[in-house]
Design a protein around this ligand. Sequence first.
Ligand code: 173
Length: 324
Amino acid sequence: MRTFARLVGVVAVAAVVLAAPLAVSAQEVTLKIVSAFPENSLYAKQLASWVQRANEAKGPVRLNYIGGPKAIPTFEVGNAVRTGVVEMAMVTGAFYTNVFPESDALKLTQIPIAEQRKSGAYDYIQKLWNQKGNMYYLARILEHQPFHVYLNKKIDKPDLTGLKIRVTPVYRAFFTSLGATVMQTAPGEVYTALERGVVDGYGWPIGGIFDANWHERTKFRVDPGFYDAEVSLLVNLDTWKKLSSAQRDFLTRQGMAWEGQTDFWKTYAQTETKRQAEAGIQVIRFEGAQAKQYLDRAYEAGWDGIIKASPEHGPKMRELFSKR
Ligand code: 173
């Protein structure tokens, strides 16, 4: 009996000793994260700082920032998150319509993310991203950034006939409805397309055209801006489910800390508008009824595109994302 008790004791001690390193590694996990935007973009620079801050907090999750599209090409990032090639990404919906087409609808939100979280919109997004993308939607880190069309040829009415414009899925339906010929490129290829004269212009938010010197190749910006640019943090859903509640809480807190700073982009829109003027970029401004028509058409074309691709979820998203 005594010998048996001792044996049990030895086994128990051995089990504790052997299990100890495993227990430690389960408490701390390292997740790889990539940016779908080039490393010289402000978005990616902010990601690098966010990763650094999160790691300095010494929580139960460590983040390993792998880099930008050189690691995973822009339009492959969604699939990389879906399959778990990387555990996390900073990406926009337009870059992973190849995973599920509803991803591109986030550009059409007319209510801020803080309100989406209360209104049921976020819950709808979360469920859809889980089901269709095998993704956990952690946080939206970009909003308050309308898109614009930037041009090298002058137009005097909302008509892009005869112009070749660089797009992503964000702009495709709208620009096509205005008569443009469109060509899709990742952000990393915009400068070369402009330099070679392959395109007469491009779509992009109000901020960021200086990050890769596109301003050198840009003569006009068309106002008003339309939609609201979205960039978000995604986590592979299998990874998310395997995390402990402490690890999830930590990631959630880090994500919310960044999401809580989206008012920054309002100021950034102002400084970038000024900077464009100083760089000599002229504004082609539609006003009054023409501006209203232009914006109505943007949303009509945008929602038409989404609803055609997803008759099931498009209409519901429209209801949840539109201003009441
Ligand atoms: O590449 C793009 O023009 C694009 O779709 C996008 C989306 C969000 C932010 C910036 C650009």
